[in-house]
Design a protein around this ligand. Structure first.
Ligand code: FAD
Length: 468
């Protein structure tokens, strides 16, 4: 028996699902969203992007109060941490944003079903709740079920002493020693939070450097700054086992450089070795939806799976696990379903690490250009030479612009430094418009602003810096 008929049923209300659903509703499609959790917004709003940025912001203020304000001539008395208030502020921000999604659903006349979505047939989704189930008939299905943290077999999460990112966002105390297994974006952001709040943080990384996918020049600056602040890095190190002792978690590890073995202990271990697509109970096997070896749903250029009418987007398909990538894919599916030309430009998907200094990248790196045999011209400019950065007292880092040597078209932008996440925006827009470094260099940039460093880097592509 069918209870309701839709043009589109979206399973999952993360940034991919909710943004895609809103676009579909705006384009006139009768749309429903099924979400298994009590609140809307998925990983990003509940246990990802937003709570991590709230804690990064708060912990930065705490660190500034202890170390930096005095250099501005501001004397404060004893600085004390009120962790419950900090966590409460984070929860309030999350609550207001997840509530905002519910409001947007109402405003756009999207039906929200709280329950577990299971695809029973290509045009039918069952919503399973504690008190029964309901069948939704639909012309199209968008799978937006996202991802979950990967667990190490010998280090299962108890979310108290061995925590995933979700546990690390809700610790009720500051661990004396925090071990972070995995030096990727999540490990470094959450490691930074607890380091600023007083934990002795050690990052253990399998590769020979942290963030191996990012431009090495940028990561060198970040690693140096974090090391100065007391974060320890153990690279080329493989964690091989663990033991829970009374108050400690003891990790066995092996050096990949010389094969030596040893142990290290901490009060809390954050395992941030990656995330995997979540499709459990979704009905993929029953309906025959194909997945790759990593469990990601295989889709074509229009995000359609091997079953016509079933689409998938976001963390559950291939590509970087990023909220803005999921959003754009959700919008593209909605537009394609409405007969428009939905499209995502993967050459301009930005990556940001919200540490201090921030790291932000778009497009190709110098190494990638070399590997692809592309002749490039590179312009680089340091924040040290920028008036605004000096006034802020935040002079670590630089902007690097990579342009095609012949055409001057911008192929990549890489920033480490203050507000890198925001500064990257103009490079992304320039790339989207097919702009050149000369276009950026000829555009006005208010003085004094950090954005002048972007302009100077663009000028430096043609060796025309003005300020140094
Ligand atoms: P998700 O956000 O994972 O949403 C999937 C939703 O589907 C969930 O709500 C889930 O409950 C629901 N669901 C799953 N299966 C079913 C089912 N069968 N029935 C009903 N509901 C179901 N990205 C950034 O771009 N910037 C950042 O700063 C950033 N910071 C992050 C920090 C942390 C700590 C973490 C963990 C992630 C961060 N990310 C960040 C990544 C970002 O959160 C994800 O890329 C993004 O949320 C993916 O969106 P999505 O819509 O694909 O899936």
């Amino acid at each position: 028996m069918s209870d309701a008929q839709y043009d589109l049923v979206v399973i999952g209300s993360g940034p991919g699902g909710y943004v895609g659903a809103i676009r579909a509703a705006q384009l006139g499609l009768k749309t429903a969203v099924i979400e298994k959790d009590k609140t809307l917004g998925g990983t990003c709003l509940n246990v990802g992007c937003i709570p991590s940025k709230a804690l990064l912001e708060s912990s930065e203020h705490y660190q500034a109060a202890i170390h930096d304000l005095k250099t501005h001539g501001v004397k404060v008395g004893d600085v004390a941490l009120d962790l419950p208030t900090m966590m409460g502020r984070k929860d309030k921000i999350v609550g207001s944003l997840t509530g905002g999604v519910a409001f947007l659903f109402k405003k756009n006349k999207i039906d929200h079903y709280q329950g577990f979505g299971k695809i029973s047939k290509p045009n039918e989704v069952e919503v399973i709740t504690g008190s029964g189930s309901k069948i939704l008939q639909t012309k199209a299905i968008m799978i937006a079920t996202g991802s979950i943290p990967t667990e190490l077999p010998f280090l299962p999460y108890d979310e108290k002493r061995v925590v995933s990112s979700t546990g690390a966002l809700a610790l009720g105390f500051v661990p004396k020693e925090l071990l972070v297994v995995g030096g990727g974006v999540i490990g470094l952001e959450l490691g930074s939070v607890w380091s600023r709040l007083g934990s002795k943080v050690t990052v253990i990384e399998y590769s020979d450097r942290i963030l191996p996918m990012m431009d090495k020049d940028l990561i060198d600056v970040l690693e140096k700054t974090l090391s100065k602040e007391g974060v320890k890095f153990m690279t080329s190190t493989k964690v091989t086992g663990s033991k829970l002792e009374k108050d400690k978690v003891v990790l066995d590890f092996e050096s990949l450089k010389d094969g030596s073995k040893s142990t290290i202990s901490g009060d809390v271990v954050l395992v941030s070795t990656g995330r995997k697509p979540f499709t459990a109970g979704l009905g993929c096997e029953e309906v025959g939806i194909e997945r790759d070896k990593q469990g990601r749903i295989i889709v074509d250029h229009h995000y359609q799976s091997n079953i016509p009418g079933i689409f998938a987007i976001g963390d559950v398909i291939a590509g970087p696990m990023l909220a803005h990538k999921a959003e754009e894919e959700g919008v593209a599916v909605a537009e394609l379903l409405a007969g428009k030309a939905g499209h995502v430009n993967y050459n301009t998907v930005p990556s940001v690490i919200y540490t201090h200094p921030e790291v932000a990248s778009v497009g190709i790196s110098e190494d990638q250009a070399k590997a692809q045999g592309i002749e490039i011209a590179v312009g680089k400019f340091p924040f040290m030479a920028n008036g605004r950065a000096k006034a802020m007292g935040q002079t670590d880092g630089f902007v690097k612009i990579i342009a095609d040597k012949k055409t001057d078209r911008i192929l990549g932008g890489h920033i480490v430094g203050p507000r890198a996440s925001e500064l990257l925006g103009e490079i992304i827009v320039a790339m989207e418009f097919g702009g050149s470094s000369e276009d950026l260099a000829r555009s006005f940039h208010s003085h004094p602003t950090l954005s002048e460093v972007v302009r100077e880097a663009a000028l430096a592509v043609d060796k025309r810096q003005r300020q140094m």
